[in-house]
Design a protein around this ligand. Structure first.
Ligand code: GLA
Length: 387
């Protein structure tokens, strides 16, 4: 059910009775490996997927932003003159991005448009970051601000941290802004350097939505962050990125057992992520799969952010002969797993694992093979043709 440029333009026409000027698309993401490492200044390896948040818009003469959400069937608006946070659901992401762009000194233009998406919400596929990057892309297009993906990702993260109040890292916004078709991005979350890394030939990436949800704000995410900071402070380093497994073992007695296990996850996950990127470059699917399996075990046992539903989904995925490796993805506690499978066996994998999971847990899953796509893009209506 992936949307197209043309369909989004038509939705605008239906709503406003005239043609759109700009259409923007910002993708969700799935992370292959490197979980809970971004806020430790470590490495992550996500890909932008063919599920996205879209906006179609026309400029207005005043400083009002008026948006109709196709999914929620409601129209909301705000003024760029008077931005205040007020827990207004999806609108807050747009307001937060407008606030941060204005703080940076960008002069913004008002617009009216439609918002539509096919990134499932709260599933760990970064619908929020996609909405932030789509909004930034829209303002950038209208106000002729050059699209610098790293800068825009940082501003999106700031909007999420300061306006929405979620203390996320940089991964989601950066891959949504800078994704590359056919590639995952190895991101160094300290330097913000991104290296496009090709998916191994003959493999498919499958997203496995467990149908279970748990909000990021309510979760133990912030607590995990604090535990990592405590560990780094105790070890006298800027971030856990600066420690390897041997160094951590050598100082194990200075950390309480829980903090030690949290730190061990981060330190080993960083190493696995760098190795996974290397395995991808060599086309070594088995090695990449093994690293994904090890990542899941570490998230389950040391970081304790998995759930029964995620563990069951991963186990069932692993039992399929086409599967090279599988793990929970995103913040955890619910949402999605990700599997690397042989592309020849991908259809059978989806047909078999979904029903087996539903039978075992009673939850309604959704499995899809996803493609690695470009990051946020803006096109003028006259450029899109039939595409
Ligand atoms: C969420 C956050 C990211 C990252 C992941 C865990 O998706 O938004 O910044 O921390 O969790 O890897």
């Amino acid at each position: 059910m992936c949307l197209s440029w043309r369909e989004v333009a038509s939705l605008f026409e239906q709503q406003f009775g005239q043609t759109t000027t700009w259409i923007v698309r910002a993708p969700g993401r799935v992370n292959l490996i490197g979980e809970h490492t971004d806020y430790n200044e470590g490495f992550v390896l996500p890909l932008a997927i063919d599920r996205a948040i879209w906006l179609a818009l026309r400029p207005r003469k005043d400083r009002t932003v008026a948006v109709y959400s196709v999914d929620f069937q409601e129209k909301r608006e705000f003024s760029l003159e008077d931005l205040r946070p007020c827990q207004d659901g999806w609108l807050e992401y747009l307001k937060g991005v407008a606030w941060v762009l204005q703080q940076e000194g960008f002069p913004l233009t008002g617009w009216e448009g439609i918002l539509v998406g096919d990134v499932p919400q709260g599933a760990g596929l970064s619908s929020s970051a996609a909405l932030e990057m789509a909004t930034a892309r829209a303002f950038a297009a209208l106000s002729e601000i050059a699209w610098d993906p790293v800068r825009m990702a940082l501003l999106g993260q700031k909007a999420e941290n300061r306006w929405v109040g979620v203390q996320c890292g940089i991964m989601d916004q950066l891959v949504s802004a800078a994704g590359q078709e056919g590639h995952a991005l190895l991101i160094d979350c300290r330097s913000l350097d991104t290296q496009p890394t090709p998916l191994p030939v003959g493999t498919a990436v499958v997203v496995l939505d467990t149908g279970t949800r748990r909000g990021l704000v309510d979760s133990a995410y912030n607590q995990r962050r604090r535990q990592c900071e405590t560990a780094a402070q105790t070890l006298g380093v800027r971030a856990l990125r600066d420690v390897n497994a041997e160094q951590l073992s050598a100082v194990a007695d200075r950390l309480d057992p829980v903090t030690f296990r949290r730190a061990r996850h981060v330190v080993t996950e960083n190493a696995r992520t760098v190795q996974a990127a290397e395995a991808m470059r060599q086309g070594d699917k088995d090695r990449l799969g093994q690293l994904m399996d090890a990542s899941h075990q570490s998230l389950r046992d040391d970081y304790e952010v998995s759930s029964d539903a995620l563990n069951r989904m991963v186990e069932l995925a692993r039992n399929h002969r086409a599967c090279f490796g599988a793990r929970m993805t995103g913040a955890g506690f619910g949402g999605c797993a990700v599997a690397l499978v042989d592309s020849q066996g991908a259809d059978d994998f989806v047909r078999t694992v979904g029903p087996a999971y539903q039978k075992a847990t009673g939850h309604q899953p959704a499995l899809y093979v996803c493609q690695a796509t470009q990051g946020a893009e803006a096109r003028q209506a006259r450029e899109i043709g039939e595409g």
